[in-house]
Each structure stands twice: as structure tokens, then as C-alpha cells.
Design a protein around this ligand. Structure first.
Ligand SMILES: Cc1cc2nc3c(=O)[nH]c(=O)nc-3n(C[C@H](O)[C@H](O)[C@H](O)COP(=O)(O)O)c2cc1C
Length: 403
């Protein structure tokens, strides 16, 4: 599914560090640790986050693939240290000599009580782990910091072609924001200043109150965010093979984020309730390219129910995707579960946890979307250097003009 821009992440939540390797970024793209750090900081914000966010202030170190600020065309390796490592060094150390010391510590005791809504039990059954820490350390959403770092590089690549990826929260705990989506850049600016990434000030306050209430009651909240990509040319993705369809790649990417349970493209589930006349985006033409569809040979739509993708191919309109996040599974009011050793019922113990992480998920959604769009862009205009890709892209734009 991702052939041109491949990446892999590793690292445990309380391990030494998160690491990722990105392959397929061309040479001569300016990339800096500061660029990546900005997105990492955005992922850590949000009203309703737990104590961990106060411990971690993430920054990425570029270990390879970049020299004097420019990519080399070789794989890029990034490292994000876990600041909490100091508190977990004995428990999580790869070296066997720490095992005995860890066993003497209270928090080194095997975790045997699976939390509902987490990978704890299914992961233990699958890998045969009798200490659930061996599952939860990797299934944790801490891993998404690595993906946000990869996304920052993809975003940098896309920005060279005037493609911008932004997001905002549309709903938390059933409170919906009413926003006018016509001015996307002001929408993003307002969302960026909001502690819940909400662009509707009235809804913002209600959402904050609802999160505070959930916090007091020991409960948690989910929600929905929307990612919009502007400046995407017509022609990314393909109808010719199932795994090249751009909507499929986006859905896969968003569904791969921890706690995401639903994805919509454009009108999404709304298509099931609307007659065909209200769903299809009629086609118009103007010699001068409209701002809404800058690279579609003068063809554009007055509506964007398709979310910028038809037949698995971008049509030049903004790409619009939404994702629904379930409430955080760790609750202060405990849920029933069964100890894997004793097989006896218990009420899950509370651990420091987020109450709502939808604003953070929205930033992660941007990252995985940027990666999917960058992969499709490289698939269409691929080359080894930025110069080559820019030449290919310019040639294609000329071809669209002549169409
Ligand atoms: C940004 C983000 C932060 C999260 N924070 C927490 C948390 O603090 N506590 C928790 O129990 N789950 C948290 N989750 C949710 C779990 O990671 C997720 O529900 C769990 O891994 C099970 O995966 P699944 O929901 O995809 O089945 C978070 C998810 C995301 C995306």
C-alpha cells in the first residue's frame, strides 16, 4: 500500500526511546529537528491530557539521512528520547542483569490484570506473555510520537509543492462545533489557538466544561476530528488497483491510530441518507484555475461532498477526512475484568491517564494523512532529488493546462 515512502517505528512507552526509519524521501529537501519538534509539541497539547504530558517534552534527534540541514536521499533515522526512562530504567532495561533488581520493586511486579479497551488481554493471548507490561508498553499511543515525527518530514516535503495539511476537532463528548469551512486557513488558525483544537468558540467552552465534568466523575470522552489537505493536484492515487486508491490509503492510515474506530471521506456516512442529487459534485470549468482546485486543469466543483477523491483519485478539490476516536479506556471509576493468573474477577485499578486525547489525535491524524499523500505524490512524480520531482510536477501541471 505504501511503496514509495516507507517507514517503521519501534520503542516501548517507558523504554529508552522511540526510533523510526523513513525510506523514500528524496535528496535536497530541507529538514531540521526544529521542524519536527514543532509537530511533536502540538501532539502533546490539549485540555484533558494526563500527567505524562507534563513529564515528556518531546524532541527528535536526526541520526542519519540529513547533512547540514538537507536530506541525502538515504534513509532518515529519528530518535525521540523518553524522558520518563529515568524512572523506568530498571523495569524496562534490555539487559538481563536488571531483572532481579526490577523484581524487587513494586512497579516491577508482573501486570496480570488486563484493562478492558486495551490490547492487554488479546496481546497476551497472542504472544503468550504472562506479564501484561510486555504488551501495554508497545500498544500504548506513546508510539504515535514517532509517527508524528515521520509526518513532520512528509509535511515538509508536501509544503514544497504548496500542499498544506491541517486539522481541527469537530466534536467531543457529543458536543459539536458549528464552523464555516469556506476559509480553511482561518479555521486552522483558530483551532491552533484552542486548547481543544475547536474553531467554534461557543462549542469550545462547552467542550472544556464537559471534559472537566468527565474528569471529576472519573470518566473519559471521545470525539471526532477533521483533516483537510489543500493544494493537492488532481491525479494522486488510482482506480486501477485496490491498494492504490487514495481514499483506501487514507482510511487505513487513520484507522491505524490507537482508539480510532471510524473514518469518513467527504460527506462520509451522510451519503447513505442523502439522495444522489445532493451527493454528487457537479463539474464546472474556468480557464483561470479557481483557488479551491488549483491543479485540476481549470475543472472545479462548487461542492465537495466527495472530499476531493473520486474513484480513488484526487480530483483537485481539498481532501477532507474525518475520524472518530473512542473515549480513553482507562477510567477512574473502574471496569470489571479477570486476573490472568487467578482467573478471579477484579475492578481495574486506576493509573494516571488522559481524560480526552481527541486534540492530540487530530495532530496525529494530520501526520498519517501527510504520509499517505506524500506516498501517493511520490508514486506519481517520483524521482530521487527534489529538483527531479519538481521538474516532473511542473511538466504535469503544464499537461493539465493543455488538457
Ligand atoms: C493520543 C492518544 C492518547 C491516548 N492516551 C491514553 C491514555 O492516557 N490512557 C489510555 O488508557 N488510553 C489512551 N489512549 C487510547 C489507547 O492507546 C487505545 O485505546 C488502546 O491502545 C487500545 O487500542 P484500540 O482502542 O485501537 O483498540 C490514547 C490514544 C491516543 C491516540
Amino acid at each position: 500500500m505504501f511503496e514509495k515512502l516507507r517507514y517503521i517505528t519501534s520503542g516501548e512507552s517507558h523504554g529508552r526511546a522511540l526510533v523510526c526509519t523513513i525510506d523514500g524521501i528524496p535528496s535536497d529537501l530541507p529538514v531540521s529537528e526544529t521542524d519536527i519538534g514543532k509537530d511533536l509539541a502540538r501532539r502533546q497539547k490539549g485540555h484533558g491530557r494526563g500527567g505524562r504530558m507534563k513529564i515528556e517534552t518531546d524532541s527528535a534527534q536526526i541520526l542519519s539521512g540529513v547533512r547540514h540541514g538537507m536530506t541525502l536521499g538515504s534513509p532518515i533515522a529519528l530518535l525521540i528520547e523518553n524522558r520518563d526512562w529515568a524512572n523506568w530504567e530498571e523495569i524496562m532495561n534490555p539487559d538481563t542483569k536488571y531483572a532481579r533488581r526490577a523484581a524487587k520493586l513494586e512497579k516491577g511486579a508482573p501486570v496480570t490484570r488486563p484493562r478492558p479497551g486495551h490490547a492487554d488481554l488479546s496481546g497476551a493471548l497472542k504472544y503468550g506473555h504472562r506479564d501484561l507490561r510486555n504488551v501495554l508498553e508497545r500498544s500504548s499511543a506513546r508510539e504515535t510520537a514517532a509517527r508524528v515525527a515521520v509526518g513532520a518530514v512528509a509535511r515538509k516535503f508536501l509544503s514544497e509543492f504548496g500542499i498544506h495539511v491541517g486539522s481541527y476537532v469537530t466534536e467531543i463528548g457529543g458536543i459539536k462545533s458549528a464552523v464555516d469551512g469556506t476559509n480553511v486557513s482561518s479555521l486552522f488558525k483558530t483551532a491552533e489557538t484552542s486548547s481543544v483544537r475547536c474553531a467554534d468558540k461557543k462549542a469550545e467552552q462547552k467542550i472544556i466544561n464537559k471534559i472537566d465534568k468527565a474528569m471529576k466523575e472519573g470518566d473519559t470522552l471521545g470525539g471526532v476530528f477533521e483533516v483537510i489537505v489543500t493544494g493537492v493536484p488532481a491525479g494522486l492515487g488510482s482506480y486501477s488497483q485496490w491498494d492504490r486508491r487514495l481514499n483506501a490509503k487514507l482510511a487505513y492510515s487513520l484507522m491505524s491510530i490507537q482508539a480510532i474506530k471510524g473514518v469518513e471521506v467527504g460527506l462520509g456516512f451522510g451519503v447513505s441518507k442523502t439522495p444522489g442529487s445532493g451527493v454528487m459534485d457537479e463539474i464546472y470549468y474556468s480557464k483561470s484555475a479557481p483557488r479551491s482546485a488549483p491543479a485540476a486543469g481549470g475543472f472545479y466543483r462548487k461542492t465537495n461532498n466527495a472530499g476531493g477523491i473520486e474513484g480513488g483519485v484526487s480530483n483537485g478539490m481539498p481532501i477532507v477526512v474525518r475520524a472518530a476516536m473512542k473515549p480513553i479506556p482507562t477510567l477512574r471509576s473502574p471496569l470489571s475484568s479477570v486476573d490472568i493468573n487467578t482467573k478471579k474477577k477484579f475492578k481495574a485499578a486506576y493509573e494516571r491517564s488522559d481524560v480526552c486525547a481527541v486534540p492530540a489525535a487530530s495532530v496525529i491524524g494530520e501526520a498519517v494523512t501527510a504520509i499517505a499523500i506524500a506516498d501517493s505524490f511520490l508514486d506519481k512524480f517520483g524521482g530521487d532529488s527534489m529538483e527531479e520531482i519538481k521538474r516532473n510536477y511542473k511538466g504535469y501541471l503544464k499537461q493539465l493546462e493543455r488538457f
